[in-house]
Design a protein around this ligand. Sequence first.
Ligand SMILES: [Zn+2]
Ligand SMILES: [Zn+2]
Length: 912
Amino acid sequence: MNKKDLLRERFSSKPERYYEVETFREKGYERKRCKCGRWFWTLDPERDTCPDSTCQRYDFLGNPPTSRRLSYVDSWRTIEDFFVKNGHTSIERYPVLCRWFPSLYFTAASIVAFYRQEHGHVSFEMPANPLIIPQRCLRFVDIPNVGVTGRHYTGFVMIGQHSINDGKNGYWKDECVAYDQELLEGPLGIPEEKIVWMEDVWVGPSAFGASLEYYVDGLELGNAVFTEFLGTPDNYVRMKQPVIDMGAGLERFAWLSQGTPSGYEAVFGDLVKKMKAESGIDYDEDLFLSYSRLAGSMDYSEVVDISRVKADIARQLGLEVEQLEVAVRPFEAIYAIADHVGSLTYAIADGGLPSNVGGGYNLRVILRRALAFIDEFQFPFDLVDVSTWYAEQMYPMSPELKERLPEISRILEVEERRYRSALARARRRVSTLLRKRSSFDTDELTRLYESEGITPELIQEAARREGKKVELPTDFYSRTTGRHMKPQEEAEEKRITGIEDLPATELGFYRDDKKMEFEAKVLRILPGGLVVLDRTYFYPRSGGEEPDHGTMNGSRVVDVDKVSNIVIHKVENPSFREGEVVHCTIDWERRRQLTVHHTATHIVNAACREVLGQHIWQAGAFKDVDLARLDVTHYERIEPDQLRRIEELSNQIISRGIPVHKEFMQRGEAEAKFGFRLYQGGAPPGRVIRVVNIEGVDVEACGGTHLDNTREAGLLIILRSERIQDGICRLEFAAGNAALRRLREKRDLLSEACGILRVEEDKLPSTVKRFFEEWKRRGKQIERLRSSLSKLLAERLEERSWRFRSLEAITEIIDETDPEVVSAVAQGLCRDNRVVVLIARDRSEDRAYVATAAGSKAVSAGINAGEMARTVSKKLGGGGGGKPNIGRGAGRCLDCESALEAAREVILGVQR
Ligand SMILES: [Zn+2]
Ligand SMILES: [Zn+2]
């Protein structure tokens, strides 16, 4: 028995402590045990099995138990109304890209919206208590099930009903279940005997508790988790303020109320209707209904051989497997496309980009899977069409999708182009592979996908085209997407010994960032001149900003770093002792330049967002004295005219003289005021964060040094930009004095170039162009001269050939200084039955060039031109080589006669 089962057993052995809530007592719920061993609560005296999918089929298909049919959006409105009327605050969804919690890429559950990192542990930041939230979530573990089972999605809304039981505002189990029961019976009008509660447990990495799942007609609607214990089931404490974490699938509510064959018709509604109509394929509703009843229990991740399950279903329906596939596969494809494009639309709207790395990998996987389906069935719509229809349909719930459509479409188009260009290559590769084999393992598929973008669907399609069948493992997606979903690597903790007992260094620069001189007490001096003070105004290296330099009692401070909360100064030959008070000065020019560059980085980031789009996020930054670097998320190379606009806009922001506010704020307050754009450089730990606000331009949580007004940056020039990895572009720029220095350097280069050509600056481009044209023209002339010269030389040498056996040879010494000409002559003289050996002397330079050539008959007679070139060059004190039919070499003007004689001997030797 695994840990979870053991815990469930433990809690179920004390039902009155963990599961029996007021609602059960009041209504007279009966606790029963299913043949499968699970405990559940029901009002139906007839029921003796639990509602889990292994024990009960869906009873609501074609026969919904709710009093009203509700669309997807209306399902949410109904639920929202109910909870708001009952004292809950309705919170807008958080982004699907989880910017506030460093170890997650995507928001995978409603409670994740409120997770915050706080110095090594998780805390909750709930903007209201209790609350209800329609949290859009992305999960990539069930990809092969999406479109097939009727209930799996990569993108879904988890309705979160959350409450912290703090003794004032929140509530606990009784109220939670009472609200959920009332929602089902009241606004949804579900008969009470259909509502079944199942006993379960939830075990997270550092907390756990009992939970009650609620089912109607075999469909699990929600799971109310009562997070009550901190730690693991073996070692825990009871939480002072336990948390209600009720998550319900909005998709399930819409499906239940409509009773459609699959959940996708209920969730995507008009969208899939339109896709079906556009593609003109027949939809047999009755067949689908009977198929869906059986397919509901399918799960690719649990069933090893899905084709066996399908065969089984076909048999029960009295169909051949092929008949069934023809009838259902196009619809499975349509549902998968609707889901995948929906997820992409939300992800891109929230600033996500398909790529090869991190979470972007999963987005590219579903994007390419959707494209493969479109290709396979030759659907007459593309990703942009589906995304546009989807955004339209979701408008009442998520108006932001429609607003971001131009950008979303652009990114989908770029990605589709990328896919198409990889496709032809991939198809050729697949058909070569298929010649040798008919099965692939997951490792090979992963390699094919990651290095060449070949999806399993593509392999299947190529195989179909060649009339072959291939075996593909079903765990490809769960394994590859899982591999890329590993938490982002956290920055390696800096470690240093000998300071564990010291208090945190007081950071003076946050109080006064103009202070250039100060006194402080030396707390410790470690080997290597590492000095710890009680307080400091030296800014340590952090947030990509290089550290301050300066002096400490006259000794130079050459580096400053921060290890957890202690600032370490590296001092050259410190001339003081522990306990002394030292006088420190800060290199103001350096600090000023770093400050200019840091503020400029925020400005360039804002300008990029304005010019390139809302998908721009900082992916990294570095601020030094000579230049600054900003890496941003972008789907293609930044074009030169875009760079120019970014530069222009940055300079406008500078010249408008915008105030820069720096203040410490409560994290929740800052998030509510500025949104998650704050977390450009990741989410800082702690309840209080420092906010750098360039009024109306950019707001970031940032601990760096900053100007008071953008005007102080003076001037900004962009030096260059490159695409450093898939989905990330780097911009290098300089601002303030560094920019002036760069301009001066450029001016000096310019005048130096003008000096060499003796022209005025404005004439430089035309002069350079003229010189370049001239140079090209001369190059061509030289080519022409070379060729006529070699022709002349060859004609003269033609008559000097001598015969040996059935072959001919030309072995000559000539005076020529251009090795290209010598080679051309040797080539020109070569015939099938001829071998040519030329030595060219350049007496003034004391150089000799060797060129050899042999025709095919000469080669088959045993002549090797390359060998010959080597032999002759060696005699001339140099080296050479080549192939049997051609050779080159060079040496000095030594005894050319005897070198040539050696060649003749080789030729004659071959004859013997
Ligand atoms: Zn059961
Ligand atoms: Zn910053």
